[in-house]
Write a protein that binds this ligand. Structure first.
Ligand code: SF4
Length: 531
């Protein structure tokens, strides 16, 4: 059997390493902090001075073992505010054989040595994600707190029987002293059944050196907040229709149903449909004969349609949004009347590629005001403009103004082609961004209307961040953000918004209000093949 290596006193090598690393730059309190405790900035507690040196910053040393750490933590707690966050950081012994020296465990739960739960620690996943981004190998799970040093492999296995990943000697007693104050426990593995602290301790201390920033972010992020949901948000009628087309096709014809490109620009939607039997392809030549194939909501070029028509055994179902199809129709109409066209949009977006395909020799794409000056058209030519459906309304207006200034006779749609859903979601986020510390926009990075929501919110002066789903929520963004706006792009499912709310609730109580700027009642009919 291997003797457990939870260090009673740090090996000299570890002491030298930690001192060399941080003693010059980092102020370390010899005991509990004496500086005034500032609300929201987390107090970090370590058992040993060596651990405190590695973590850096102002760290309280509570001493090793249950009794000593409890007494010092109680003395500290008497001077802390009732909501003061506290992070316990230090080394620990591994209980799970998958853990190695230098790995980090973020406690989701503190267990007593008999396996009973001392405290649940919600928010561990968010803190762990921050540490993963910092480059550490991180595990989330229970940590067992043992009142005595664990000296045998058998002792480790006994503590592991209720799922604990690691063992320390202080977390349970510190938790008892802190009451209901927000608490996190981050432990770096110094020893395993096979590797003693003399070998593994240095790696643990190196990992602890990376913990500080994440602990700060967590401490500043925990606490009560209010969330304002933008409405409308999430799916538009075109996305609803496209998803329903694939679902009905799967139902009616059975899997596989092929889909050319992402049916809508959202990774979660695509994954769910793949699970149901959809097969996503880049081009039609990947689709076998006698298959059902759906064309995505963003529309395609006439060339792709011709390719589909040339294969009579394919059952082609067009999920192009009717509002995108309307822009194609305008392009064909202007082209037939001899107009040169300016398409305001993003060159590489699938919708723009599809629209340009209607009259490639007559259409030029411009993205911003500067590009208008570089257009090769003369003022006396017949010029018309079109717009991508998912642009930012305020930016597009500036480009249209520049076009009218250069080509006073420019023709165009009544206003622009920006669709109702894009307009409504931008109005909704603009209406709440001014009252928020942060706006979170849920959606995929390749979704144009989602990216525009971030830009619109930022243009109000508010911080705004894009996240694919709750797993991308960053504590850093939430630091001191007590009023958060939340919305989702037209291709992002509402379930992702609710999951983001749930993740925010792990950091403290959340009150939720909805700010609705308009009702949406638009519905599009389905293609004949799936009615
Ligand atoms: Fe159609 Fe607008 Fe939705 Fe795009 S964002 S699918 S154009 S309704």
């Amino acid at each position: 059997m291997t003797e457990t290596t939870l260090p009673q006193g740090p090996p000299a090598a570890l002491e030298r390493e930690a001192t060399a690393v941080s003693a010059a730059a980092v102020p370390v309190a010899p005991a509990v902090p004496v500086a005034p405790v500032v609300q929201e900035v987390p107090v970090v507690l370590s058992a040993l001075r060596l651990e405190a040196l590695a973590v850096g910053g102002t760290v309280g040393v509570v001493g090793m073992g249950a009794r000593r750490s409890r007494a010092r933590a109680e003395s500290l707690a008497a001077r802390l505010g009732p909501n003061q966050p506290v992070v316990v950081a230090g080394v620990a012994g591994a209980l799970d054989p998958r853990l190695g020296p230098g790995d980090v465990v973020v406690a989701a739960q503190i267990q007593a040595s008999d396996g009973s739960v001392v405290r649940e620690l919600p928010g561990a996943d968010l803190l762990a994600a921050e540490l993963v981004r910092a480059g550490l190998r991180v595990h989330v799970g229970p940590i067992a707190s043992s009142p005595t040093m664990v000296r045998t492999a058998e002792g480790r296995r006994h503590l592991a029987r209720h799922g604990a990943l690691a063992v320390d000697m202080e977390s349970a007693s510190v938790a008892g002293a802190l009451g209901s104050r927000p608490m996190a426990v981050v432990r770096a593995i110094s020893d395993t059944e096979d590797v003693g602290a003399a070998r593994g301790g240095l790696r643990a201390l190196r990992s602890l050196r990376t913990v500080r920033a994440a602990a700060e972010h967590w401490g500043r992020a925990v606490g009560a907040r209010s969330v304002v949901l933008a409405a409308p948000r999430s799916f538009c009628a075109g996305v609803d229709r496209a998803i329903e087309i694939v679902e009905r096709a799967l139902d009616r014809f059975g899997p596989p149903v092929y889909v050319r490109r992402q049916i809508v620009h959202n990774a979660h939607v695509v994954r769910r449909l793949e699970d149901l039997g959809a097969v996503f392809v880049a081009e039609l030549d990947e689709v076998p004969d006698e298959s059902v194939v759906v064309l995505a909501a963003h529309g395609v070029t006439p060339g792709v349609r011709a390719e589909a028509t040339a294969r009579p055994t394919l059952n082609v179902i067009d999920a192009t949004c009717p509002l995108v199809a309307k822009v194609h129709h305008e392009a064909r109409r202007f082209a037939s009347q001899g107009y040169r066209m300016v398409l305001i949009g993003h060159h590489d977006h699938e919708e723009v590629v599809g629209t340009v395909g209607e009259a490639p020799d007559q259409i030029r794409v411009v993205q911003d005001v500067d590009a208008v000056a570089a257009l090769p058209f003369e003022a006396d030519e017949r010029i018309a403009f079109l717009t991508q459906t998912t642009l930012a309304t305020d930016e597009t207006r500036a480009v249209v103004d520049a076009l009218r200034a250069r080509y006073p006779m420019v023709a165009g749609p009544h206003a622009d082609d920006i669709c109702y859903a894009t307009q409504n979601r931008q109005d909704a986020v603009r209406a709440l961004a001014g009252q928020c510390d942060l706006v979170l926009v849920v959606g995929s990075a390749n979704s144009s209307n989602t990216a525009r929501l971030v830009e619109v919110a930022r243009r109000t002066g508010c911080r705004a961040e894009l996240l694919e789903d709750a797993s991308e929520l960053r504590l850093e963004w939430l630091a001191s953000a007590r009023r958060v706006g939340l919305t989702a792009g037209a291709s992002a499912p509402e379930s992702l918004v609710q999951q983001t709310l749930d993740a925010l609730r792990l950091l403290g109580p959340v009150t939720v209000d909805e700010h609705r700027t308009t009702e949406e009642t638009v519905r599009f009919s389905l293609p004949q093949q799936v009615r």
